[in-house]
Design a protein around this ligand. Structure first.
Ligand code: RIB
Ligand code: CA
Length: 302
């Protein structure tokens, strides 16, 4: 049976790869894409989601979400993803008739309530929409199977030495989600760093199919950390973990969010020794295994 999922996203070059798989893989029933302020502003992340919807001629609903964090000031990652948030590939202009008028939080609430099977939420941007959803409608937690999120790090950060970007953008939202009691899997920086995609593999994508060509062009403009050694397509690990959980090293931990530290705001303080873990932390995968399952998943795309 297909897994009903919702992707909450701030596209975002690595988001584009995750969305490509979520939209096309037969194991998934993508119920909607919701957008959030993150890599770039909400208008651009929403435009980018529309561009991907059009690229795949998909009928998936797109709902625009939060334009700013709960409390923190807006930061962006346009130096990493480009001014548009998805520099490198010449998408046609988005068709805004494809954008629904319902806010992302309302849309997720309505979808979760009517879905006969619990839905997996896959946030791959800041957690603002998810925190708003479970704070506004706490009863909806009964309809969420699990949350598999890209965010955090058991080790060093990427946007600061302590913090990963998605958590840093909205640490208060992350604190709400990590303490919600929902079944939670943290897909942090660690697993991507264990299996960085080589530039050779990025070049091979170009001849895989149209999606591979599109991602190749985007990845060539993706100025993520360690770019000289390859690229870390962080968001992709969420959907690949859902497809092949057995191929990943996962450890249980209690993860708490630093919201006040001058130097440590947004840190995911990860205690593997806790007797009361609140989430599973995806730590690593063999690089060759990652490459294989990534390419295999992209073969379902056009
Ligand atoms: O730190 C990596 C995360 O921040 C990824 O989700 C990337 O798209 C950015 O949102
Ligand atoms: Ca993202």
């Amino acid at each position: 049976m297909k897994q009903p999922i919702i992707i909450d996203t701030d596209p975002g070059i690595d988001d584009a790869a995750a969305i490509s798989i979520a939209l096309n893989h037969p194991a998934f029933d993508l119920r909607m894409i919701t957008t959030v302020n993150g890599n770039v502003g909400i208008e651009k992340t929403t435009a980018n989601a529309l561009k991907l919807k059009q690229f795949f001629t998909s009928n998936v609903p797109i709902h625009k979400g939060a334009s700013q964090p709960l409390l923190s000031n807006i930061v962006d990652a346009s130096t990493v993803h480009g001014e548009s948030g998805m520099n490198g590939y010449n998408f046609p202009e988005p068709n805004y008739d494809d954008l629904t008028s319902m806010h992302a939080v309302e849309a997720m609430y309505k979808e979760l309530k009517i879905n006969e099977n619990p839905v997996t939420l896959i946030p791959i941007g800041p957690l603002t929409n998810i925190a708003l959803l479970i704070s506004t409608y706490p009863e909806v937690k009964d309809y969420i199977k699990e949350v598999v999120l890209m965010g955090g790090s058991a080790g060093r950060g990427n946007v600061t030495p302590s913090a990963e970007f998605n958590i840093f953008c909205d640490p208060e939202a992350a604190q709400i989600v990590f303490n919600s009691g929902l079944p939670l899997t943290m897909v942090g920086l660690d697993v991507a760093r264990s299996s960085t995609l080589s530039h050779k593999t990025v070049n091979e994508l170009q001849v895989l199919n149209q999606t591979g060509d599109m991602l190749h062009h985007l990845f060539k403009h993706y100025k993520g950390d360690d770019f000289e050694n390859g690229i870390n397509v962080y968001d992709v690990y969420t959907v690949l973990y859902l497809l092949h959980p057995e191929k990943f090293d996962v450890q249980e931990a209690d993860v708490q969010i630093e919201t006040n530290g001058t130097l440590t705001k947004g840190a995911t303080v990860t205690d593997f020794k806790s007797l009361f873990p609140n989430c599973s932390v995806v730590m690593s995968i063999e690089p060759s295994v990652f490459k294989d399952i990534f390419i295999d998943a992209l073969k379902y795309c056009k």
